[in-house]
Design a protein around this ligand. Structure first.
Ligand code: MRU
Length: 350
């Protein structure tokens, strides 16, 4: 089952409710774009490519919900829905990227009536979702050449099928290496505060029979300094034009320790996650989430009542710590400014 998909019998958007994993595999159903935006904010669906696809299907829903009687009115309603969907989470550029792609389709002058725009938007959202799966497979193919038989891979957050429409980014590379018969071991950062590593990555690896050990986030430095990690693979929510990488909070610390210990550090990043409009990572908006995520673990308070907390959901790793960036058009090496731009241009979809 895909992480997010359109149900063509019911004309609704469905998503695996990732808040319930690994305890239950519930599927949430949406027939309202505002509810899709809410689901993105509350992390029913999460992971940069997955929320991009969810927003695309959300806009297809918005077109069907519109009561506008003419083309101009429908386009106006779509602009309103687009703003709501983009605002759902600020860091992953895939949201704005997916919404812009669909608005571009809707604005095609050849689509003269509302029904045609509705059909075209659903088709565009489906294409975007299908392309995500195909390009993840390509990233897996390119990235797997970095993995040697017997390697131990350190991985942060969840970058698998659940973070995308299917297959995954950094975990997709791990799945591809496993598929090629390489004997690998994965050290899975638990990824506080929301435990995407423990709940989601461990679940995905277990389902595929890939050997892993869950580690406390604080243990990663120990494993790297003592020579027990061959490569660090992570995803990204937005990569700036100079190669600075925003990803799940804690990634920066991993990259610095990896460099200190001579361990290669590779983000796995579809070109839809590269934001050429931002010159460097300090311009990337960093989402601050509710302090309760830090003050509790799976709903249980862990600090004295009345404690306060800080909860940035992402951090930025400066490009000097990045060995290379795996994309669907190949592995990009420094100078990132030049090579990332070329990679995006190569897709024909800047
Ligand atoms: O807050 P989340 O769970 O949406 O964060 C997800 C990540 O940080 C992933 O590493 C990122 O989206 C890229 S992997 C597809």
């Amino acid at each position: 089952m895909r992480t997010v998909f359109w149900d063509y019998d019911q004309n609704v958007v469905k998503m695996i409710d990732q808040r319930q994993l690994p305890w239950a595999t519930d599927v949430a159903v949406y027939e309202d774009y505002a509810a899709v935006a809410q689901a993105i904010t509350e992390m029913v669906v999460r992971g940069a490519p997955a929320i991009g696809a969810a927003a695309a299907f959300g806009l297809a829903l918005a077109a069907r919900q519109s009561r506008a009687t003419d083309r101009a009115g429908l386009l106006q309603d779509l602009e309103t829905a687009a703003a709501t969907l983009i605002a759902a989470r600020p860091t992953a550029v895939n949201l704005a990227w997916a919404v812009a792609r669909l608005l571009h389709v809707a604005a095609n002058n050849n689509l003269t009536n509302a029904a045609d725009i509705c059909d075209a938007l659903l088709h565009a959202a489906q294409t975007l979702a299908d392309e995500d799966v195909a390009l993840n497979r390509r990233m897996g193919f390119y990235g797997a050449e970095l993995i040697n038989d017997g390697d131990t891979i350190l991985h942060h957050c969840n970058t698998g099928a659940l973070a995308t429409v299917d297959w995954g980014t950094a975990l997709g590379v791990i799945f591809a290496a496993h598929e090629q018969g390489k004997k690998i071991q994965v050290l899975v950062d638990e990824t506080r505060p929301r435990l995407q590593g423990a709940r989601l990555t461990a679940w995905e690896l277990q389902q595929r029979g890939i050997p892993f050990d869950l580690i406390a986030d604080n243990a990663a430095g120990h494993f790297m300094r003592t020579g027990q990690v061959n490569i660090v693979l992570v995803g990204s929510d937005r990569t700036a034009a100079n190669g600075d990488v925003a990803n799940k909070i804690g990634t920066y610390k991993l990259a610095v320790v990896a460099k200190e210990n001579g361990i290669p550090f590779y983000p796995v990043v579809p070109t839809s996650t590269i934001d050429l409009n931002l010159a460097h990572g300090d311009l990337i908006p960093i989402e601050e989430r509710d302090m309760d995520e830090v003050l509790t673990v799976i709903g249980q308070p862990i600090a004295p009542a009345g404690s306060t907390a800080r909860n940035p959901a992402f951090d930025v790793t400066p490009h000097r710590y990045v060995t290379g960036i795996v994309t669907e058009v190949g592995i990009i090496y420094p100078p990132f400014g030049k090579h990332l731009r070329e990679a995006v241009e190569q897709t024909g979809k800047p």
